[in-house]
Design a protein around this ligand. Structure first.
Ligand code: TYD
Length: 203
């Protein structure tokens, strides 16, 4: 059965690890699973990602948003929609909630306008469940990679704001908040419970 599961969280929340672990676990049960991500999962998207994160030169916040949305439109058209149409389970490392938190709140563009523009970009494809991995600022800082991209370098205050906004947005949009602290296996067990509750026993 088709399902669209999105992992979200600030940089260093561990969502990429958890998305991979869930994909492996569901694949191991014989399910058709597509593990994907934003930004950059398609060939066009990879070019957009390089423009977005590849160098240090300044990008206007609106430009940044529109490039994220261009990537999303291509991702939905090329990966997400076709996979759901053939009844696969799609697991995406980031989707619209990232734009709401990073561009809507982090860059200050406003949640409403980002939500409207992203709705156009995703053309009616909607996650069945959004799992927000929540960790403290300290844990996130410790997990963040040594080589940081342009957004990861945005500073502690920016990332702290993004993390706090994720919690507020989760309440507003009905996302599932999961404690992201502890071992990968401990977090994966919490993820499994939430996915089972959201999309049923097939998971
Ligand atoms: P990614 O490389 O996946 O970072 P991470 O490993 O932390 O997930 O994502 C690149 C950056 O893009 C990340 O800092 C978050 C940012 N981003 C946005 O600002 N808006 C968006 O809509 C998306 C999808 C990502």
């Amino acid at each position: 059965m088709a399902a669209f599961i999105v992992f979200e969280g600030g940089d260093g929340s561990g969502k990429s690890t958890q998305a991979r672990m869930l994909a492996e676990s569901l694949t191991g049960r014989g399910l058709d699973v597509v593990l994907t991500f934003e930004p950059g999962a398609t060939p066009r998207g990879a070019q957009i990602r390089a423009l977005l994160l590849g160098d240090e030169s300044a990008i206007d916040a609106r430009t940044e948003l529109l490039m994220m949305l261009a990537d999303r439109a291509q991702h939905v058209a090329e990966v997400v929609r076709p996979a759901l149409a053939r009844d696969a389970i799609v697991i995406s490392d980031r989707f619209e909630p990232s734009s709401l938190a990073y561009q809507g709140v982090g860059r200050g563009l406003g949640v409403e306008v980002v939500s409207e523009l992203s709705a156009f970009a995703r053309g009616g494809v909607d996650p069945d469940v959004v799992l927000l991995l929540d960790v403290s600022d300290e844990v996130a800082a410790a997990r963040r990679p040594v080589a940081e991209d342009r957004i990861e370098k945005a500073g502690a205050e920016f990332h702290s704001r993004v993390r706090a906004s994720y919690r507020d947005l989760a309440l507003r949009f009905g996302w599932t908040i999961i404690n992201g602290e502890g071992s990968p296996e401990a977090v994966a067990a919490r993820v499994g419970t939430c996915v089972g509750a959201a999309i049923g026993p097939a998971s």
